[in-house]
Design a protein around this ligand. Structure first.
Ligand SMILES: [Zn+2]
Length: 254
């Protein structure tokens, strides 16, 4: 696929996620990205709102240069900014890569992942900002949540945005892959927000929509005495059913 095709898909996905009726983001909240190939990806520029965003709201950056920040020494805010600027494919391009660019790089480097949607949905942040955060995101509530969002989520304790957050998310993703033998589809960050990891734009949109629904169900369940999470056996059954795999493919790829 051409770089420009990928960018236009990313623009459409971002505008869709930012629809006011969704209540996933307001103002300049959230950021999105798309993998071009093994060398580069597009990421939203810092300070740009996703609502009505155009191609000029994104910058193309080098995987290698961004990923070297992950394994390199700790950086000050100024050094982080300089390193992100230096990661741009076209140094003269307008726009500065989002502070969460390192986070996007590590998610887009996972097998089968081509698009990332990071949002701050009100319904999800009611959960991530609650005292019940860890327990609340530890289970699965209904079969469609498993079909869209996978058998479990990655939960990340509150961490300073930027490089420290990216490093913590990487640790948690690695632990998830060790435990489940597959790449996560949903990441919940305490007191911050949500990340959907998808092979396609529609998968990112569907995962986000289903996670928001699950968050609303969860809040309702807590109001009526607490959630009844599905058993591991029931989760495994849904996750491995051939008819559910068929539905997953229909819903934007597996
Ligand atoms: Zn955020």
């Amino acid at each position: 696929m051409q770089t420009t095709d990928i960018l236009s898909q990313l623009v459409a996905m971002s505008c869709s996620l930012a629809e006011p009726a969704n209540d996933f983001v307001i103002l300049a909240e959230g950021n999105t990205s798309a993998r071009v190939d093994g060398d580069t990806f597009w990421v939203k520029a810092s300070g740009v709102g996703m609502r009505g965003i155009g191609p000029g709201g994104f910058v193309q950056v080098s995987f290698e240069r961004v990923q070297s920040m992950l394994t390199g020494p700790d950086l000050t805010d100024y050094e982080t900014r300089e390193a992100l600027q230096a990661a741009k494919i076209d140094p003269a391009a307008i726009g500065h890569p989002s502070v969460e660019t390192v986070l996007h790089a590590l998610c887009l480097a996972l097998p089968g992942i081509n698009f990332i949607g990071h949002t701050h949905p009100t319904a999800i942040n009611a959960i991530t900002c609650s005292v019940a955060f860890e327990e609340a995101v530890s289970g699965r509530l209904f079969p469609d949540e498993i079909v869209l969002c996978g058998p479990a989520s990655v939960a990340v304790p509150y961490t300073d945005p930027g490089l420290p957050l990216a490093r913590t998310v990487k640790e948690r993703i690695d632990a998830f892959i060790d435990q489940y033998g597959e790449v996560p589809k949903t990441i919940y960050m305490q007191n911050h927000g949500f990340i959907a990891l998808g092979s396609s734009p529609s998968q990112v949109e569907n995962i986000t929509a289903m996670a928001v629904k699950a968050a609303r169900v969860l809040a309702g369940a807590y109001a009526i005495g607490g959630p009844h999470f599905m058993s591991q056996q029931a989760i495994d059954r849904i996750h491995t059913r051939p008819d559910e795999h068929y539905r997953q493919r229909l819903l934007g790829g597996k």
